[in-house]
Design a protein around this ligand. Structure first.
Ligand code: 2HA
Ligand code: ZN
Length: 275
């Protein structure tokens, strides 16, 4: 059996949580990540038939039965994952009953997965339908994105449009735009269901006045999406109170999207939609 602490998927969780913490996006126990793993790869590091304990999830995830995820722990700090991955992370498999998580590794102090597991697993289910290669769901509290939530309308089209104007690469990185939810009670199945519904359409979902979700095939894709939104939100917050002299025009966004051959939300541009 290989050393699990050297497994690429554990290293990625350690590196990513450390990065996010140092970027100031994940104070205290803020943020959580879930990563769908390949069973064959996991079996190189763990006896996948050995269940340490079972933890009820409180919701049904039929299409995820048998699937294995590495997930950050509830109440755990991103700051500490790198120092002690076995306490702050866990590897779970969804049991045949679709509502129990079997712990295969981690949560060493008797802990459990993030309180946002409903939003994570429901988002995985939604994204897998759109993109069978989706593996990562990431939640975070990036500072400028959050600041922008207080001064900008929480409207999907307007929020996306403003961010597309803030950095040239935005329309290329997230041509599918950003879904926006109003403030909702976190840690519940209802915010999970609402997030998953948005994830059918978007890889990015803002939780009003709370944070953001990103989803992707790889850790880099999910992280890169949130990182690009955060950069654009930073430019917005540094300039929102100043007179706007220049802006990236819609025609310019269209030429970028065409050059990079991305399928962008035409209905989010006024030139195609004069409502
Ligand atoms: O896990 O970020 O949304 C802490 C949170 C809850
Ligand atoms: Zn949060």
């Amino acid at each position: 059996m290989k050393d699990i602490l050297k497994a690429p998927f554990v290293r990625e969780m350690m590196d990513t949580t450390a990065n996010m913490y140092r970027l100031g996006w994940d104070e205290r126990n803020g943020g959580n990540i879930s990563y769908l793993l390949d069973e064959k790869e996991v079996a190189e590091y763990l006896d996948v038939n050995k269940v340490i304990r079972e933890i009820p999830t409180g919701f049904v995830a039929k299409s995820l039965v048998g699937k294995i995820f590495i997930v950050t722990g509830t109440g755990k700090y991103f700051k500490n994952v790198e120092k002690d991955p076995e306490t702050n992370l866990g590897i779970i498999r969804i049991k045949e009953d679709a509502t129990t998580a079997q712990l295969l590794w981690g949560y060493k102090d008797g802990g459990r997965f993030t309180s946002e597991l409903p939003a994570h697993l429901m988002s995985h289910m939604a994204r897998l339908k759109v993109d069978p290669e989706n593996r990562v769901v990431m939640h975070s509290h990036p500072t400028y994105t959050l600041a922008m939530n207080y001064v900008h309308e929480l409207d999907e089209k307007k929020f996306t449009h403003t961010l597309w104007e803030m950095c040239t690469e935005c329309i290329v990185v997230f041509p599918d735009g950003i879904g926006v939810l109003p403030w909702m009670l976190c840690g519940t199945n209802s915010i999970g269901e609402a997030t998953a519904k948005k994830m059918e359409e978007f890889r990015l979902v803002v939780w009003g006045m709370h944070g953001i979700y990103g989803a992707g095939k790889t850790m880099d894709e999910a992280f890169g999406l949130i990182e690009t939104v955060e950069k654009a939100a930073q430019i917005y917050m540094l300039t929102a109170h100043l007179p706007r002299v220049n802006t990236i025009k819609e025609e310019e966004m269209v030429s970028l999207a065409e050059l990079f051959k991305v399928n962008y939300r035409k209905d989010f541009l006024d030139m195609f939609n004069n409502k």
